[in-house]
Design a protein around this ligand. Structure first.
Ligand SMILES: Cc1cc2nc3c(=O)[nH]c(=O)nc-3n(C[C@H](O)[C@H](O)[C@H](O)COP(=O)(O)OP(=O)(O)OC[C@H]3O[C@@H](n4cnc5c(N)ncnc54)[C@H](O)[C@@H]3O)c2cc1C
Ligand code: FES
Length: 253
């Protein structure tokens, strides 16, 4: 069984309002981390349960994660200062399978873009990347993604920056005219549903990273289950253990 590590916070930035970019030291987590896996973080005294946050990047003995303040846990986490230690369990879960795809496409929405950064890096500038945000004020990581992508398109739901409208629509138009053999996605549920539908209609393989509320994070409590196409004991899959990344054809959204 994995043991939690006490990791020193070595860099902290608020990249947009309420969204914090943290880098911690941990050679063990850094060496093991695969793209799409997550950390289960003890946020502080008031939040009894750990909170799941995706690995954004890892390497050279450090691990980077980015989170939005939502409630008590992430608020406490955002109050850590450089030099503080954070209790982190990880890396956990089953990440993206990056095999030998020729024309990968990545699509992320909102806080779902963070786990896609390490993935884009590992695809060696070969992925076409689509990033969607609510409005201009919520756009983040645009330049970093540009540096590790073949093509990078940013859109906003309200049209205040980049492509106007849902980013899944931009992706749908793109794949009509450009080769694509796999779609990787993470983001809000309506976006994931749209991406699943578009990929399946086009006959393109698709891997989705799901975000569910979690308890234990290690497969023991069943708080995080999602419905699958299977019957019997596999009808409900554990997002923390079987996922968070699933083949889109396996999960019912
Ligand atoms: C595998 C995984 C990876 C994640 N990666 C990231 C990440 O990289 N960056 C990031 O900002 N967030 C990420 N999340 C979401 C993050 O875990 C939640 O926002 C966080 O747990 C909220 O805790 P809280 O105590 O601040 O809020 P709470 O008080 O627990 O909840 C506040 C609000 O957030 C909602 N919420 C709580 N948990 C989740 C959840 N799991 N998914 C969606 N909404 C939730 C609640 O419904 C409520 O409306 C991830 C979640 C999962 C399951
Ligand atoms: S969070 Fe406990 S089984 Fe997934």
């Amino acid at each position: 069984m994995k043991e939690a590590k006490n990791c020193k916070l070595i860099s902290k930035k608020e990249i947009i309002s309420g969204v914090f970019d943290y880098t911690v030291e941990s050679a063990d987590i850094s060496n093991e981390a695969a793209c799409g896996q997550f950390l289960h973080i003890s946020c502080g005294g008031k939040s009894f349960l750990r909170r799941p946050i995706s690995i954004c990047d890892a390497g050279n003995g450090t691990v980077r994660f980015i989170f939005e303040v939502k409630g008590e846990g992430t608020l406490e986490l955002s109050q850590k200062e450089v030099g503080d230690h954070i209790d982190i369990l990880g890396p956990l879960g089953h990440g993206f399978d990056i095999k030998n795809y020729k024309n990968p496409l990545i699509i992320g929405g909102g806080i779902g873009v963070f786990p896609l950064f390490k993935l884009a890096k590992e695809l060696n500038n070969n992925a076409n990347v689509f990033l969607g945000f609510r409005n201009k004020d919520r756009v983040c990581m645009e330049e970093e993604f540009e540096q590790v992508s073949k093509l990078s398109i940013v859109g906003t739901d309200d049209g205040s920056y980049g492509y106007t409208g849902y980013i899944a629509s931009a992706m749908e138009g793109f794949i009509k005219n450009s080769p694509c053999d796999v779609i990787f996605s993470c983001g809000p549920m309506p976006m994931l549903k749209a991406v699943k539908q578009i990929a399946e209609n086009a006959g393109i393989e698709c891997q989705l990273s799901l975000e569910q509320r979690m308890g234990c994070g290690i497969g023991a409590c069943l708080v995080c289950v999602c419905e699958s196409i299977f019957e019997g004991t596999n009808k409900y899959l554990r997002v923390c253990k079987n996922g968070p990344v699933f083949d889109s054809k396996v999960v019912k959204l």
